[in-house]
Structures are given as structure tokens and as C-alpha cells.
Design a binder for this molecule. Structure first.
Ligand code: IMP
Length: 179
């Protein structure tokens, strides 16, 4: 199963250190506010579960699922909501949690969509950012790591729905996704 994996880009320990720091910053920034953390399924679940346990103010969770990658590694630019929020976010402080910003198309769509629901505030937190691949401008308020233009898996990130359970973040050999 792991034959196509390349080198480790980020170790479990490096990720944890970063997540602890993000949790502290977010706790400070939202002090005395009620925060609704919205995770984007499925990629963000591992990151979100570690992040919220490092946030020291009360939080609530909700989730959305959108279509992005199927079996290929390149974004189609077509974003479809597969699962919407269960809560009304009007007048709520919403923090959108994503695994990675690549072209930015998914995040841009989500931000525009959620903004129409009139939250009190809407911010974004991503673990990874690939700035070289950006096609549209999106604002990321909290980011863990800027990474090079490499396809990565692990810690929630998949290729063809696999590898999400790896504890580190690893590069995938290009021959796998360029076929
Ligand atoms: P964007 O719309 O191009 O910014 O793509 C965002 C989504 O693409 C992320 O939420 C991931 O699901 C997926 N994605 C982008 N780059 C990678 C990668 O290197 N590994 C795994 N998934 C990725």
C-alpha cells in the first residue's frame, strides 16, 4: 500500500507543535467569544480534531462536505456541496477549517457561500498552503505550513481516498498521479 510514497515532508511531531501554536493563537484571538468551528470533510477531520483540543475557549463544531478531487490530483474548479451545515450561522463567529489550500477555488466558493448567511465573523484556518498553485485570491487567516508544489498525503489528506490515516505528511510519487 505504501510503495508509492515518497519522503516525509512533515513529521507527526512537527505537525503537533504547529497545531498547538495555532490553538493558542485562535484561543487568544477569540477570547470571550463563542466560536463555531466548521470542518470541511473529509480531509480536515484529523487536523480539526487535534486543533479543537488545543483551543481553550468553548467551541461548537459543524461540518460541510464538498466535492473536490475524485481519483485525480488536479482540481476541476467545480465545487458542489455534498453536505451542508446543520446550524444557522447568522451572527455566529465561524472559523472554517481546511486541510490544504491549493488553487484556492474550494475555499473561495465556501467563503462566498457562507458570507451570504451573515455570520458575525468568518475566518479560515488551513494546515497547509501551496501558494505556487493559487489561481484565485483567498484570505487565509491562520495557516500551519506553506509547502512546495508537491502532492501530499497523510494526516487526513488522501490520494484516491487512501493514506488519510498516516500520522506524518508524505509526498506522493508523481508517477502515481500523472498517469
Ligand atoms: P483547491 O480548491 O484547489 O484549493 O483544493 C482544495 C482541496 O484539494 C483540498 O481540500 C484537498 O482536498 C485537495 N488537495 C489539494 N492539494 C492536495 C494534496 O497535495 N494532497 C491531497 N489533497 C489535496
Amino acid at each position: 500500500m505504501y510503495a508509492h510514497l515518497g519522503k516525509i515532508l512533515l513529521t507527526e511531531q512537527e505537525i503537533m507543535n504547529k497545531v498547538v501554536g495555532l490553538g493558542q493563537t485562535i484561543s487568544r484571538d477569540y477570547k470571550n467569544k463563542e466560536l463555531l468551528v466548521v470542518g470541511i470533510l473529509k480531509g480536515a477531520i484529523i487536523f480539526m480534531s487535534d486543533l479543537v483540543r488545543n483551543i481553550t475557549i468553548p467551541v461548537e463544531f459543524d461540518f460541510m462536505a464538498v466535492s473536490s478531487y475524485g481519483t485525480s490530483s488536479r482540481s476541476s474548479g467545480v465545487v458542489r456541496i455534498l453536505k451542508d451545515l446543520e446550524q444557522n450561522i447568522k451572527d455566529r463567529h465561524v472559523l472554517l477549517v481546511e486541510d490544504i489550500v491549493d488553487t484556492g477555488l474550494t475555499l473561495k466558493y465556501l467563503l462566498e457561500n457562507l458570507q451570504t448567511r451573515e455570520p458575525a465573523s468568518l475566518k479560515t484556518c488551513t494546515l497547509l498552503d501551496k501558494p505556487e498553485r493559487r489561481l484565485v485570491k483567498v484570505n487565509v487567516d491562520y495557516n500551519g505550513f506553506a509547502i512546495p508544489d508537491e502532492f501530499v498525503v497523510g494526516y487526513g489528506l488522501d490520494y484516491d481516498q487512501k493514506f488519510r490515516n498516516l500520522r506524518d505528511i508524505l509526498m506522493l510519487s508523481p508517477e502515481v498521479y500523472e498517469k
